[in-house]
Design a protein around this ligand. Structure first.
Ligand SMILES: *Cc1c(COP(=O)(O)O)cnc(C)c1O
Length: 450
């Protein structure tokens, strides 16, 4: 490890090739890659090899349209910015599976065709207490498939307070009609009672659906039916009770700093939900995926539906998801980037913000560390914010919009938040090693000022 060159030495070699920040980033990545390889037993590279690798990374960066950005919005699960970052172990798991062949659909014990859906399901069952589980492309797919398998040509009962739109065209009534089920709305926007559900059940009923209103909150004179009561009603009438929980919060006994009050998957299942669906890339902290967990007889019906093939999950996703689930099982979820970002103390963020502000300040650029409110985002915990610190930027010659535009064009684009004509760089969603990179990026962006 000690023979690995310093970042600066590589940067000197490549400085003509690309903007400074990009070269620094490539040099860091190359060294990190070798560090991993060395710890896996590979021999240390020569200086030239490291330079070459950094150069390759630079070239690769230029070819792809999809590129890393620095998320300085303070929104941890930012759907526009790729939702949840993946950590070292999750990525190693992806690399290991994706670089070669795997037992994706091969049963190693029996020596014949197996099922891709078998992989993460045992881990999900252990973690949530579900009898069985099935992973698909995302939670929208999980809801669509579940409804199609259980309720096509039948009625599905849902509270008027839960007919949500998540954004990006996911509207519950549309998903239900796509699945071939007939929507039966009960109750009112703010209050729905058990009797409303009871009255709506008839010969045509295929399922009762509960949806977590992830991205809004009805406050005031409200009432919803407890999960336990709905489960009992459904069981009494022989109907499946499906719950779209959205955010995928697993209660593994850790202090719920990130998810106070969020419904936990294990608890909902314990309360009698027959099938629950949730995203892999919200509070679970993993890759984009949709999980359906619960009763194995119902999942058997879901697994036989022809739509499953169109919504199927990829091996890279499964690899990252399994690593995510193992982290939760081992009680090391705080190593997942989402949880480690969320876990940084306010004092630490304050110190980083002060340092960044002091480094960035010039005669023209006023940079000030200010207290801020970060949010989880991604349709979880509406109305809840937690402590953060930001650097507020105010330039003598350009306004906040222009400054943001320049930063979007930086070698690594930086996305912040504009408040009162100041550009806020919120450090809650910025990785610690990106703070110094931000300095270079802001300076370079300002050098492009017309
Ligand atoms: C986020 C969310 C969805 C959509 O999940 P994707 O994984 O983005 O497809 C559906 N339902 C609820 C309640 C959600 O919160």
């Amino acid at each position: 490890m000690r023979s690995l060159p310093q970042v600066d030495l590589i940067v000197v070699e490549l400085r003509e090739r690309a903007p400074h920040a990009l070269v620094v980033h490539a040099a860091r990545c190359a060294i990190d890659l070798y560090r991993t390889e060395i710890s896996n037993g590979s021999p240390a590279p020569s200086f030239d090899e490291v330079v070459e690798r950094a150069e390759q990374l630079l070239d690769a960066r230029r070819r792809t349209d999809l590129q890393p950005v620095i998320n300085a919005t303070g929104v941890l699960i930012h759907t526009n910015l790729g939702r949840v970052p993946l950590g070292k172990r999750q990525l190693e798991s992806v690399t290991e599976i994706a670089r070669g062949y795997s037992n994706l659909e091969y049963d190693l014990e029996a020596g014949r065709r197996g099922s891709r859906y078998s992989h993460a399901s045992a881990l999900i069952s252990t973690l949530t207490g579900a009898e069985a589980a099935l992973v698909v492309n995302n939670n929208a797919a999980a809801v669509l498939l579940t409804l199609a398998a259980l309720g096509t040509n039948k009625e599905v009962i849902i509270s008027r307070g839960e007919l949500i739109e998540i954004g990006g065209e996911f509207r519950m009534p549309d998903v239900m009609s796509m699945s071939g089920t007939r929507l039966v709305e009960v109750g009112t926007t703010n209050r729905t009672h058990l009797a409303d559900y009871e009255r709506a059940i008839g010969a045509e009923t295929g399922a009762i659906l509960k949806v977590h209103p992830s991205n809004y909150k009805v406050v005031g004179f409200t009432s919803e039916v407890p999960t336990r009561d709905l489960a009992e009603l459904a069981r009494g009438r022989g109907l499946p009770f499906v719950y779209d929980a959205g955010s995928g919060f697993i209660d593994d006994g850790r202090p719920a700093s990130l998810a106070p009050g969020e419904p936990s998957i294990n608890q909902a299942l314990a309360e009698g939900v027959d099938l629950i669906t949730f995203s892999g890339d919200k509070l679970l902290g993993g890759p984009q995926a949709g999980v359906i967990a619960g009763r194995s007889d119902l999942l058997g019906r879901v697994a036989k539906h022809p739509l499953l093939r169109a919504l199927r999950v990829d091996k890279m996703t499964l690899a990252a998801l399994e690593a995510t689930l193992i982290a939760h099982l081992e009680g090391s979820a705080e190593e997942l980037p989402l949880w480690s970002l969320a876990g940084v103390s306010g004092e630490e963020l304050h110190a980083r913000a002060r340092h960044l502000a002091a480094t960035l300040s010039t005669d023209d650029l006023k940079a000030e560390a200010i207290a801020s409110q970060a949010v989880t985002g991604g349709g979880s915990l509406p109305g809840r914010a937690f402590t953060s610190w930001a650097v507020a930027l105010n330039h003598a010659e350009i306004n906040a919009d222009q400054l943001q535009e320049l930063l979007r064009g930086a070698a690594i684009p930086v996305v912040g938040r504009i408040v009162d004509d100041r550009l806020l760089l919120d450090l809650r969603s910025v990785f610690p090693e990106q703070v110094d990179v931000l300095v270079d990026l802001v300076r370079e962006a300002l050098a492009q000022k017309p």
